[in-house]
Design a protein around this ligand. Structure first.
Ligand code: FAD
Length: 431
């Protein structure tokens, strides 16, 4: 191993692999540190990986990447106690030109890190970065690990949601509990033909389902189809969980969701294979820490680059990793070092792309949802009740049904509340 690398990347998740592929392809000596036995060994997500962002890093990735199913239908379910309202979109365009696909991180990250290696990067697994090294001016010039120190011109940290390295380097403090979701996931085995029959799909087609409502606490649930397994889980904000009693912890919420009559049918006869849990940094734009300092850049989850509204994180990780790599390449070419002013280009790349544009656009959404919890609790219930009354045939005139529906709407939220919600939603999310 060389005494000093151009770039040391910490973490071989989507952000780290993308950064390493970018710098190694440009001929920079690149070392990737990964604490797991192999890349992906300890990683989990829902989850969907998005086609176009992945193809930006590895053109024609679909020829070799370990994919489960290509998503042709996106569904949203709004639950009440024993019913659901469904909004879904299935499109032949997704069949011809897939927009996203399901994957297992243990396989996908391993494959992605192998692409970094074949681009020229060195991957060091079973190695945990414990902090950054600094020179006498305070510039980051290397990484300390449980196997010794490594010198580098620039460090790109992609160490995920806990973000210990950026925290240790003094870039930010402990994340706030209101900015972090805890997510739990179960993987169920179900024969391929059963999955296809149950979700009305065939071949390698898949369905992604997001679930809200049905209980007092706010949560977001998910069901994703894989080849012969189903990924099922939910996430909830940590500060909300802290307020609730122990019976409301994520595992109990998951048990409840599993037993909901609509959800139960999807998992009927399936065998539990695995249980995992992970943090998701969902604070959004207002909680993003400083993204660079002298000699170091922070990417992906470690920088809170997640769009919780659209369930997107891997694409933010890949693009931020790629931009950090491009910034490092430009700094090397300039020949004037890797100072913070040289690395400011990283922020500019992010601002110019969907990464910071999307997070900025929806910057008030986390706070809006936190202060309007009824959007994910009361409204799903109301929609179920209203639709039940709409479809119910009971010998009464439709006018009576409509009157009852209006009465229920106004009694549960009030006219003023409804107007305020509509304006708030428009201003914070849609305008
Ligand atoms: C339940 C759940 C569902 C999700 N669903 C989706 C989805 O459907 N679609 C989507 O796009 N996103 C989803 N996400 C978000 C997505 O998984 C993340 O945004 C994305 O993985 C971030 O990538 P990353 O490379 O920044 O971090 P990670 O994927 O967390 O990778 C960090 C890597 O760094 C390594 N590491 C950590 N610390 C050290 C250290 N000190 N030294 C060496 N190595 C270290 C880890 O082992 C890991 O390999 C979901 C997340 C969760 C938890």
């Amino acid at each position: 191993m060389p005494e000093k690398f151009d770039v040391v990347v910490i973490g071989a998740g989507p952000a780290g692999a993308a950064a390493a592929i970018t710098t190694a392809k440009a001929g920079m000596s690149t070392l990737v540190l990964e604490r797991g036995d192999f890349s992906g060994a300890k990683n989990m997500f829902g989850g969907l990986v998005f086609t176009k962002p992945t193809a930006e890093i590895i053109p024609e990735f679909w020829k070799t990447a370990p994919m489960e199913r290509k998503i042709i239908e996106y569904q949203y379910w709004l639950l009440s106690k024993e019913s659901h309202v469904q909004v879904s979109h299935r499109n032949q365009k997704f069949v011809k030109d897939f927009n996203s696909f399901t994957a297992f991180r243990a396989r996908f990250d391993k494959w992605f890190a192998a692409q970094a290696e074949s681009s020229g990067a060195t991957l060091l697994t079973r190695t945990t970065a414990t902090g950054v090294l600094k020179d006498s001016t305070g510039k980051v010039n290397g990484v300390s690990t449980d196997r010794g120190d490594i010198n580098a011109n620039v460090v790109i940290t992609c160490d995920g949601a806990n973000s210990l390295i950026a925290k240790g380097a003094g870039l930010h403090r402990e994340w706030k509990p209101q900015d972090m979701a805890i997510a739990v996931k179960e993987t169920y085995s179900l024969p391929k033909d059963k999955i296809e029959e149950r979700f009305n799909i065939r071949g390698d087609e898949g369905v992604a389902l997001m679930i809200y409502g049905g209980r007092e606490e706010e949560y977001a649930g998910f069901v994703y189809t894989n080849k012969d397994t189903i990924s099922f889980g939910l996430g909830a904000i940590m500060s909300d969980l802290a307020k609730t009693k122990s019976q409301n912890m994520p595992m109990q919420m998951l048990e409840w969701l599993k037993s909901h009559p609509s959800v139960q049918r999807l998992l009927d006869g399936a065998a539990l294979r695995e249980y995992t849990a992970h943090l998701i940094p969902e604070g959004g734009y207002n909680s993003i820490p400083p993204l660079y300092t002298d000699g170091m850049m922070v990417c992906g989850d470690a920088a809170m680059l997640v769009n919780a509204l659209n369930w997107e994180g891997t694409n933010f990780a890949m693009f931020s990793g790629k931009f950090a790599g491009q910034t490092a390449i430009a700094a090397k070419k300039s020949g004037s070092g890797f100072s913070a002013s040289r690395l400011a280009g990283y922020q500019a790349y992010l601002e110019d792309s969907f990464v910071l544009k999307d997070l900025k656009k929806f910057r008030d959404v986390p706070h809006f949802i936190a202060s309007h919890k009824h959007f994910l609790t009361l409204y799903p219930e109301l929609m179920n009740d209203l639709l039940y009354k709409f479809f119910e045939v009971d010998g009464r005139a439709k006018e009576e049904h409509l009157k009852e529906m209006k009465k229920e709407l106004y009694s549960k939220r009030g006219r003023l509340g409804l107007i305020k919600d509509a304006i708030g939603l428009y201003r914070k999310v849609l305008s």
